[in-house]
Write a protein that binds this ligand. Structure first.
Ligand code: NAP
Ligand code: G4F
Length: 340
């Protein structure tokens, strides 16, 4: 019988790539989707007709229990979150509820449906993946960051992720559950939300190239990130749940670039000089910035055999080309139906 996976956040960037990957591995894939008529479900379905949908919300404990009871998954991937860092200052409580408490609700749903209690030794258990984030490192204490680097989150989002991370560890230690966190560094693709800086830049370049805009407004150009390709990172999620023992892993490329270097690469991929078009806007700076993030992915490489396959320049070119194609074909990136 096919193994069964349940993915929260199925309508997001990672949900789509993970579903694609698991379907290619022969899984029966279920996605948890919220809302009565979520337009992102139809966008996802255009790409992935074989994904089955179960309704539920990370804010609603009962809905998660029902979803686990109905799907009877072998693996649960918790990708659902408020994931845009600036929004976490504007809606800090909602971020805590979805991104933080949502992890507790999902773990509880699994625990209750599996009949796990203190002292019981779970057998045939559901394996759980939590989407932890390099934002937990925040104001970094060392570079590069590995699985033992301390956390100093700099946003309500980072704090909520740290809660989910420790809770996942705690359920592993308290109940013997196969529950792991992937501490993923920034990963991008043509399916990235338009609010994140890589996609904002690739869309900005495409609009300028096609004469649809004359400038691109950005915030802090000096921040540095370790950017990789989302398609590579979902393979790591799957590998973590196939490992013989439940452990946490850092996933990133080990190389970091500044937003300024990202901008240079993206404009140059379209044959444009960025300095003619980019305007910096202090209103786009954050209340507290994460200045730099750079992964040490050695553990994932040696224990999981995981390697990224797409370089920074290839990623930027892929996104710029995709957005030029999207806009040339009359697609509207603000409409949920236009996912490349
Ligand atoms: P994304 O594109 O923003 O997707 C977020 C998903 O969460 C969407 O499917 C959204 O569904 C869902 N969601 C929001 N509120 C929900 C709720 N109350 N109940 C259930 N689902 C809800 O994020 P992503 O880039 O794919 O990232 C996936 C996960 O990895 C997130 O947890 C993110 O924080 C984490 N992460 C991402 C990165 C990265 O660089 N991409 C790095 C580290 C960690 P709707 O369609 O209903 O809005
Ligand atoms: O693309 P960003 O918004 O991503 P950020 O904040 O690093 O968070 C992403 O990666 C995390 C992993 O580390 C995930 F957990 C999280 O869910 C999300 O996927 O911003 C990247 C950098 C920041 O330093 C920001 O200040 O780009 C800088 N930046 C400069 N101008 C900008 C802009 N960011 C955005 N979004 N928009 C700008 O105009």
């Amino acid at each position: 019988m096919a193994r069964r996976a349940l993915i929260t956040g199925i309508t997001g960037q990672d949900g789509s790539y993970l579903a694609e990957h698991l379907l290619s591995q022969g899984y029966e894939v279920w996605g948890l989707a919220r809302g009565q008529a979520n337009p992102r479900v139809s966008r996802m379905r255009k790409l992935l007709a074989d994904v089955r949908i179960v309704r539920g919300d990370l804010l609603d404990q009962g809905s998660l229990i029902s979803a686990v009871e109905r799907v009877q998954p072998d693996e649960v991937y918790n990708l659902g979150a408020i994931s845009f860092v600036p929004m976490s200052w504007e809606q800090a409580e909602l971020t805590a509820e979805v991104t933080g408490m949502g992890v507790l609700r999902m773990l509880e749903a699994i625990r209750v449906c599996s009949g796990i209690s203190r002292g019981s030794s779970p057998t045939g258990q559901i394996r759980f993946y939590q989407a932890s984030s390099s934002e937990m490192f925040g104001q970094v204490s060392e570079t590069p960051q590995n699985e033992r680097t301390s956390f100093h989150p700099r946003s309500p989002y980072g704090v909520a992720k740290a809660y989910g991370h420790f809770l996942t560890q705690n359920y592993r230690e308290s109940y013997g559950m196969f529950a792991v966190s992937g501490i993923l560094f920034n990963h991008e693709s043509p399916r990235r939300g338009a609010e994140f800086v890589t996609r904002k830049v690739s869309l900005g370049v495409a609009r300028i190239k096609l004469g649809l805009a004359s400038e691109l407004r950005l915030g802090n150009l000096e921040a540095r990130r370790d950017w990789g390709f989302a398609g590579d990172y979902v393979r790591a999620m799957h590998l973590m749940l196939q490992a013989p023992t439940p452990e946490d892993y850092v996933i990133g490329t080990g190389h970091m670039k500044s937003v300024r270097e990202l901008v240079e690469a993206a404009f140059s991929a379209a044959g444009l000089d960025w300095e003619r078009y980019v305007v910096t806007d202090p209103a786009l700076h954050r209340p507290a910035e994460v200045d730099l993030l750079c992964a040490d992915p050695k553990k994932a490489r040696t224990q999981l055999g995981w390697e990224p396959t797409v370089s920074f320049d290839e990623l930027v070119a892929m996104m710029v080309e995709s957005d030029i194609r999207l806009l040339s074909d009359g697609g509207d990136p603000d409409q949920d139906s236009s996912w490349p």
